[in-house]
Design a protein around this ligand. Structure first.
Ligand code: UT7
Length: 355
């Protein structure tokens, strides 16, 4: 991963704001989820717009040549502007890339799935530089009459460039999984109106929170252990745990099971709520902008979501990814000066050994 950019919409909705329009409270939302506010897209702002802004942030952080040679665009999203064309094709056109482009749907772990696809493309030689984006306008599909789900979600986007980098940096392991027998627990209808078992689908997000919670705690544990093991490491080697930001209680349970101290986990759920595929890239930007990550650190990423699906990865952080330095969007509370990032072009000069 040699470049990163993120975006979250300017409009912020606090728990107290929600308590004005539904039967909820800051106290309930904070204690059950850790969420304090969420960023909400404007009425005329859709997933492609958020993806564009994340890529623009990447260009600001890394310079105008940061997309040079990108030959594949992947957008992981659950809320594409349209079923077709893909959001990835819109990104390709907006930035004038000579690249293939497709969307990838694997719910919240979609961006980690995109990393695994990007890694495979690069390692097989099918692509040299992959732009992998997670972008989400979830507040457009939330059921605002269902307080149990409406308070949880937010919007945002993150974009990274994946390419070959020298040892010891890069993606050391990625594991992905699915259990479609849990499809009924979290869904949003589209062309079809029901699942194969006859469960009705609506055009608003439905979630059985308790079932997803139990699944999340279980799978965060098994997937992280598998990813760490596959990377040839132990949990003691993990410098920073960057989990999907859905619920602070789920994050804390996963951290506890891994035996990691509090200072080794990134928490942004208070600021963004759950913005699905955008949640891990935004958490990575937060870590970077707050000086919480340094070259050589082993980062453990994990996510879970509808499908049901899960994914985990171990990433050894390289020296290329730049902190925000005066762009429009700075991860909240971020410092403005970055570490000694050398820019994406340095990656190609170093020669390639791992993706
Ligand atoms: O990336 C997708 C992944 N999705 C998730 O990660 C969600 C996983 N699940 C969760 O995070 C939790 O299950 C929730 C946060 C959704 C719910 O927390 P919970 O502790 O499981 O609460 P609950 O559903 O058992 O509801 C407890 C009570 C109920 O009232 P009664 O029946 O005890 O009287 C709910 O009606 O809380 C009530 N409640 C609310 N009260 C105030 C539900 N939503 C709200 C609300 N404000 N927004």
């Amino acid at each position: 991963m040699t470049a990163l950019g993120v975006y979250a919409p300017a409009k912020i909705v606090t728990n107290d704001d929600l308590a004005q329009i539904m039967d909820t409270s800051d106290e309930w939302i904070t204690t059950r989820t850790g969420i304090k506010r969420r960023h909400v897209s404007a009425d005329d702002e859709f997933t492609s717009d958020l993806a564009f802004r994340a890529v623009e942030d990447l260009l600001r952080r890394h310079g105008p040549d940061a997309l040079a040679g990108v030959d594949m665009v992947l957008v992981a999203t659950n809320t594409p502007d349209a079923l077709f064309p893909s959001t990835a094709a819109l990104v390709q056109a907006r930035f004038g890339l000579r690249a293939g482009a497709f969307d990838l749907l694997a719910a919240c772990p979609g961006w980690l799935y995109a990393l695994s696809v990007a890694k495979a493309y690069v390692e097989s030689g099918q692509a040299k530089r992959v732009l992998a984006i997670g972008a989400e306008a979830l507040t457009k599909v939330v059921d605002w009459d269902d307080r149990a789900t409406a308070v949880l979600f937010g919007d945002g986007a993150g974009a990274v460039v994946v390419e070959a980098v020298p040892e010891p940096y890069g993606l050391r392991s990625v594991v992905v999984g699915a259990d479609g027998s849990g499809a009924g627990h979290l869904h949003l209808g589209s062309v079809g109106r029901c699942l194969p078992d006859g469960s009705q689908l609506s055009d608003k997000l439905y979630m059985n929170g308790r079932e997803v919670y139990k699944f999340a705690v279980r799978v965060m544990n098994t997937a992280t252990i598998e990813a760490v093991d596959k990377a040839g490491l132990t949990s003691d080697d993990v410098s920073l745990f960057v989990p999907h930001q859905a619920n602070l209680r789920i994050i804390e349970a996963a951290r506890d099971r891994l035996g990691l101290p509090e200072e080794r986990v990134i928490v942004t759920v208070d600021e963004y709520g759950n913005n699905s595929t955008a949640s891990i890239p935004l958490a990575l930007a937060h870590a970077l902008d707050h000086g919480r990550v340094a070259p050589g650190d082993h980062l453990l990423l994990v996510s879970f979501g509808a499908g049901l699906t899960w994914a985990a990865a171990v990433l050894t952080w390289g020296p290329w990814t730049a902190a925000a330095g005066g762009g429009d969007f700075v991860a909240p509370g971020a410092r403005t000066a970055g570490p000694d990032a050398t820019g994406p072009s340095a990656a190609s000069e170093l020669g390639a050994t791992t993706a």
